[in-house]
Design a protein around this ligand. Structure first.
Ligand code: NDP
Length: 268
């Protein structure tokens, strides 16, 4: 007699209960999701069952990403720095796809320059993208999540918030502020069942890190010397951590900053 295997969804455990690491039925918004870390977070979340909306300023990049990632990933062109567009962005997403469960504040920019040469305009530009826009979009999404008593917010921080890296003063200031924001928002939103956490990537191979490292082999060597695992991370390493923190498996984790760094933050 032929043996008939019953179909078991990867989102279900053998006992029929939902796998706590699954994002089946969840809706996620990932800013800057067309490239690098954001792209792989979108891939990992979609693989875990989520519908994912990615945003960014370059439509061609987003179109290519969506073609690569499959039918559960959609894009909207948006510049997070245009703060007065964020309310409409979220309203449009929710009108089309339903309530947002997960926000990932990933869009970010960096600039490498000695602190004494950084102009006010340059400093403000980094802070506006990496901090002001993160707060503004978080406030828009969190108002809705708090009302629904359900939500997860993830920030993408950096080793620059953990220890002193030279020539990234504005970037480090922005990421340190985001780490502070995580603690405050977690303490305010916990009673509403909204969790807020950060992932602090170590040195991850993306366009941003290539730009910073390729022109500066000494910096690259220093980063590797203090990384016990002895290699750069991959964007998917951040993607898997994001799935975990967004899932029910992390339901008792809030206000945390998770280094995903090959040991860089504790390396000697
Ligand atoms: P990328 O440069 O590949 O990605 C940044 C993304 O953000 C791009 O898709 C970009 O798209 C988008 N973006 C930038 N500005 C805006 C804006 N104003 N509005 C909307 N989207 C914007 O870099 P990474 O993937 O490396 O970086 C992702 C995050 O990870 C950043 O927050 C970064 O600080 C952080 N990080 C990265 C590390 C690394 O080693 N790579 C280490 C630590 C932290 P577009 O230009 O089309 O708008």
């Amino acid at each position: 007699m032929a043996h008939i295997e019953s179909y078991v969804s990867p989102h279900l455990q053998p006992n029929g209960q939902l796998n706590p690491f699954s994002l089946e039925g969840k809706l996620a918004l990932i800013t800057g999701g067309g490239t690098g870390i954001g792209l792989e977070m979108a891939r990992c979340m979609a693989t875990a069952g989520a519908t994912v909306i990615i945003t960014g300023r370059r439509e061609a990049v987003l179109q290519e990403a969506v073609a690569d990632l499959g039918s559960s990933v959609h894009y909207l062109t948006n510049d997070v720095c245009e703060l007065d567009t964020l309310e409409d962005l979220v309203a449009q997403i929710e009108a089309t796809h339903g309530p947002l469960d997960i926000l990932v504040n990933n869009a970010g920019i960096n600039m490498k320059k000695p602190a004494l040469e950084v102009t006010d305009e340059e400093f403000t530009r980094i802070i506006h993208t990496n901090l002001n826009a993160v707060f503004a979009l978080t406030r828009v999404c969190a108002k809705r999540m708090v009302e629904r008593k359900n939500g997860v917010i993830l920030m993408i921080s950096s080793m620059a918030a953990y220890y002193g890296i030279d020539r990234v003063v504005a970037y480090a200031a922005s990421k340190s502020a985001v780490e502070g924001m995580v603690k405050v928002l977690a303490s305010e939103f916990s009673k509403h069942n909204v969790r807020v956490n950060a992932i602090a990537p170590g040195f991850i191979e993306t366009e941003m890190s290539r730009t910073a490292m390729n022109s500066d082999p000494d910096r690259r060597d220093r980063a590797m010397r203090r990384t016990p695992m002895g290699k750069f991370g991959q964007p998917s390493d951040i993607g898997h951590a994001a799935v975990f923190l967004a899932s029910e498996a992390a339901r008792y984790i809030t206000g945390a900053s998770l280094p995903v760094d090959g040991g860089n933050s504790i390396g000697f």
